[in-house]
Design a protein around this ligand. Sequence first.
Ligand code: PMP
Length: 361
Amino acid sequence: MYEKFWLEAGDAAALIIPGSQAISYFSDVTNLCWFLEPELGGEIRRLHRLVGNAAADDGRHIVVGTGSSQLFQAALFALSTSPEITAVAAGRPIPVVSSVPYYSSYPAATDLLRSSLFRWEGDASSFEDSGGPYIEIVCSPSNPDGSVKAPALSSSHGKRIHDLAYYWPQYTAITTPADHDIMLFTVSKCTGHAGIRLGWALVKDENVAKRMVKYIEVSTIGVSKDSQLRAAKILKAVSSGYELEETAESYKLFHFGWKMMNDRWRRLREAATATGVFSLPVFQPEYCNFKNDSTSPSPAFAWLKCEGGIEDCESFLRENHKILTRSGKHFGAHMKFVRISMLDRDGTFNIFVERLMSIKL
Ligand code: PMP
C-alpha cells in the first residue's frame, strides 16, 4: 500500500552508501546501545515528538533490532534474566501470556528454542495469577483485531512488553504519548518498509536495556548499518514532509495512509454488509491529537467473522472463493474468525473486495 507514497516521494528517501562507509561493527561506543547509528536514534526521537505517540526522550534508551521481532526475543531474555524475577522464579520458566486474540508470532517466537527461561502459557485473561512472575505482552492496537488493548493482569511480580507496532495515526487515534517500561516499534508498519528489517525499542530501565543489547550482541553482533542508515533517511523524509510549506497530502505519510485505510475500510464494510455472510468489529471514533480531529480506527488487519453456520472461515474463503486469509485458530481464537491484511497493493485489494462481494450463501 505504501509503495504509491514512496514513488511520489522520489529522492527524498533515496540513499547512496559508498563502499568506504558503515564498515565497522561499532556505531557509537559511548552509547549504551553501541550499534545504534546516531542518525537513526535522532530521527526516531524526532518522529515520536512529531506524532506524539510515545515518550522517547528524558533518558529513555533506544535499542535497535533486526525488526521488532528480534527485539521481542531480546525483551523476553532481558526480563526473564532480571535479578528480581529470577529470585522468585525458583528455576522454573517464566510464563509468557497475551490476551486472546494475540499475534500468532508470540507463541511461535517464545517457544522456538524451548528455553528454560520462559514458556508460552497462552491467554492472559485465563492465566491463574498465583503471585509468581510472568510476562504479559500487550499489543495495542491489536494484531489481529485492531482493538485498543489494556493489560489483563496486574501483579507486582509481573512484567510487560508493549508492542506498539500499530500505534500510528494511519491506523488509530493518537490519544496520548505512550509511556510504558518497554515499547516496541517497527518501520514495517510505520512506513511500510518491512523488508529493511528494522525495529526499535524504547526502554526505561537501564539494566533491562543493557540485557536487550547483550542479546542482540550475542545473536547478531548488532544490526545492519545499511538498514539503519536507510531507515534514518526514510524517517527523516516522513518528518520533513510535515515541515514543508505545501499542504499537499502526497508529502504527508500519515495523512496519505489514513485516507487509504479509511477508504479501504469503507469498501470492506460495504462488501461485508452486502453479502450478509460476514461481520466485522465495530470501532468508536476518538479524538486524535496528531490530526486534531475525531477519527475512526482503520486497522492494518480486518478480523472477519463468518456467520450463517460456517465453522471454518479460512477454508470456506480459500476453497470456495480463492481468498487467502489466516485462521483465527493461530491467534488463540475460533475458526469462525479470519485475519485479512488491509495493506496489500490496490490491485490485490480491489480483487479481494470484488470476490468478497460476490459471496452468497
Ligand atoms: N508486532 C506485531 C504486532 C506485528 O504485527 C509485526 C509484523 N507483522 C511485528 C511485531 C514484527 O515486526 P517486524 O517486521 O519489525 O519484525
